[in-house]
Design a protein around this ligand. Structure first.
Ligand SMILES: [Cu+2]
Length: 157
């Protein structure tokens, strides 16, 4: 009987482990922060997407947009508005820097600055939050759970 309780408690503990993982906080643009790419003639319009390259964003991760309130802003927009730098129809605009934005769901996120020419100069970011990557990261605890239950059952029989 004691071992049955042990199995149940162990399984519960591992299910708990499976649902929690370390969230990562990303500083968008690192030390550059969230700002209009500076070169006037040939700004790097891919600066923020270059920054995002090879980063694997997961549900629960946090993006930090570093800017001074009143000097800039960050708007979450649709893909269409992201591509055209349309600032008039944001999903939501954040005016007070720094902004901490939690990636709550899998899918695509599009951010732009609504300040004058900032977006067209490259102050825009597209991030993909991958559901598959998230489930892959819980594969190890899941396998551990199966192993644990199997071994426990061996002792019960
Ligand atoms: Cu800006």
């Amino acid at each position: 009987m004691a071992s049955v309780i042990f199995v149940v408690l162990g399984a519960a503990a591992m299910l708990q482990m499976q649902s929690t993982y370390a969230e990562t906080t990303y500083i968008v643009g690192d030390s550059t922060g969230w700002t209009r790419p500076t070169a006037t003639l040939f700004p790097n319009t891919n600066f923020y997407n270059d920054w995002a390259t090879n980063k694997f964003f997961r549900v629960g991760d946090v993006l930090v947009f570093n800017f001074a309130t009143g000097q800039d802003d960050v708007a979450q927009v649709t893909e269409t508005d992201y591509r055209s730098c349309t600032t008039t129809n944001p999903i939501r605009t954040y005016n007070d820097g720094p902004v901490k934005f939690t990636l709550k769901d899998a899918g695509d996120y599009y951010f732009i600055s609504t300040f004058s020419d900032h977006c067209s100069a490259g102050q825009k970011l597209h991030t993909s939050v991958n559901r598959d990557f998230n489930s892959a990261s819980s594969l190890v605890p899941t396998l551990s759970l199966i192993l644990f239950v199997s071994i426990s059952l061996l002792f019960l029989l």
